[in-house]
Design a protein around this ligand. Structure first.
Ligand code: 4AD
Ligand code: MG
Length: 478
């Protein structure tokens, strides 16, 4: 293979009058003369100028949208508008043909719904190129943030016998013949004979195992796929999503919220620095999309301004109880515009309420703390009022909940009492309870939904567009 220069490096080099070899895919070919070539390193195409009079017509015919090419030639200052340099081709090799009659990605604007059906090709559009470069940067930024602070990246299991959230919405893992599973004498499926000798499922969260790590390593984080079999067909839910779960010994709820806010700001700033072109492109895409909407439904800030705003302002912090008061008195509640009216203390907030607080009332990210214990998980630390737990959710504009976390219940008696109340089997979680028996200590952690973060930073509207191959009810294509 000859030395090939990536288009991004070439455009950034500022060099001209050198010989180069570039490789990529044809976006468009105009007048038998100008190829827009893209290799995914940047949203910017490189213009290749073809000397068509001296090029074999059979070769020219094969330069079609989607074809893969290798081009060698001279990099020169461009005479045309819209680009600073061109490559005057001296040699063009077709690495892979693409039949223009059949290629599904025509050089025109396709709907996001259509592109979802051809997710194997959508990486080749400007929008998805930008999204997946930003997604890449955000994952790297997350590791950088934690590594700079001495956190240990811990790999928690994907297959587990526990259901961390106690929600029961898990995918089973088995290698039984499903038509004919072994049965016990009483007619139930006999999981003792299954691969692991017990019923297992895909993890919904690495938190419980993460806590075990934090009880020795001090600060850990996980970053891996998690799975939920909830039948949620929304623009915010996936059946397979990636989650970042830090867990810190000796942290209380405030330390936890401080870390989460610092993390979110750090990674957003990182992406703005590293992927400015892509985010500017996505910002413009959103503006164009919003032009179709009535004035009152358009955002006040464009994407870049929204991200900048998030960096420059402290997140609003308040308790669940304070939020309920605001919601009760709010216009949509009084005018019965909410689908779920807020009548009293104790009910869970719906996304319409979360969005009201963030988008209408405070107009900035919000950290809600101290929720009623009934609507939160068993492991959250009980507050002295006997009613609430040291939970926190971070709510983002356009997204709703992006982070969920808490200080953990480190007191064995309180934890066991709560598990009994909710009916969580203590014997199955003996190992979790052991950390409270031997050197337990105050600790806290949270889970950041990675795709919701990518949604926010890219300004996209549907979570299915920010993961390469989304998994949701009735869909596991690709
Ligand atoms: O609030 P959740 O369920 O919290 C936990 O799983 C805790 N164990 C986290 C912890 O304290 N270590 O999920 C955490 C985050 C949510 O705030 C949301 O951003 C995201 O994960 N999330 C989803 N993202 C996409 N699709 C889904 N179905 C999601 N469910 C949760
Ligand atoms: Mg949650």
């Amino acid at each position: 293979m000859s030395s090939r220069t990536k288009i991004k490096a070439l455009l950034e080099s500022g060099k001209t009058d050198i010989d180069v070899t570039v490789k990529g895919w044809v976006r468009t070919f105009r007048n038998n003369q100008f190829i827009a070539l893209n290799d995914g390193s940047t949203n910017n195409n490189l213009q290749i100028v073809v000397d068509f009079e001296n090029t074999d017509p059979a070769l020219l015919k094969r330069i079609t949208t989607g074809a893969a090419l290798s081009v060698s030639g001279r990099l020169v200052a461009s005479l045309g508008k819209g680009q600073s340099v061109d490559v005057k081709a001296t040699q063009i090799e077709i690495l892979g043909d693409s039949d223009p009659e059949k290629y599904p990605l025509q050089p025109k604007k396709h709907s996001l719904e259509f592109l979802r059906e051809i997710a194997h090709l959508r990486f080749r559009t400007n929008t998805f190129g930008a999204i997946f470069r930003v997604r890449n940067t955000l994952s790297f930024a997350i590791h950088t943030f934690f590594q700079e602070r001495g956190f240990v990246y811990l790999h928690t299991p994907i297959i587990t016998a526990s259901d961390a959230e106690g929600a029961g919405e898990t995918f089973h893992v088995t290698n039984f013949d499903l038509a004919n599973p072994p049965k016990t004498e009483t007619g139930e499926i006999d999981f003792k004979q299954d691969f692991f000798g017990r019923a297992t499922n895909l993890t919904v969260s690495g938190q419980l195992e993460g806590e075990l790590g934090a009880m020795a390593l001090s600060d850990i984080y996980t970053f891996g796929p998690t799975f939920r079999a909830e039948n949620s067909n929304t623009t915010r839910h996936l059946a397979e999503f990636w989650m970042i779960e830090p867990e810190m010994a000796f942290y209380d709820l405030k330390d936890n919220a401080d870390l989460a806010e610092e993390l979110l700001k750090y990674v957003i700033r990182y992406a703005l620095d590293k992927n400015k072109d892509d985010i500017e492109f996505l910002s413009q895409r959103l503006l164009d999309e919003e032009k179709q909407k009535p004035q009152q439904d358009r955002s006040e800030l464009n994407l870049l301004e929204k991200l900048q705003f998030c960096l420059e302002n402290d997140f609003e912090r308040l308790t669940y109880t304070e939020a309920i008061e605001i919601l009760k008195e709010s216009t949509p509640n009084k005018k019965k515009k909410f689908q779920y009216l807020i009548e009293g203390w104790g009910t869970d907030l719906q996304s319409e309420h979360e969005r009201y607080l963030v988008e209408k009332h405070f107009k900035k990210p919000v950290i809600l703390t101290d929720y009623p214990k009934e609507i939160k998980s068993f492991y959250m630390r009980q507050n002295d009022d006997g009613k609430t737990v040291a939970a926190m959710d971070i709510l983002f504009p356009g997204i709703g909940e992006i982070v969920g976390g808490s200080q953990r219940e480190e007191r064995l008696d309180k934890l066991e009492q709560r598990m009994d109340e909710i009916g969580i089997p203590k014997d199955e979680l003996w190992w979790y309870l052991d950390t409270r028996r031997y050197g337990g200590c105050p600790h806290a952690g949270f889970g950041l939904g990675f795709e919701r973060l990518v949604l926010f930073v890219t300004g996209m509207g549907n979570i299915r567009d920010v993961i390469p191959f989304p998994r949701f009810p009735k869909n596991a294509e690709f």
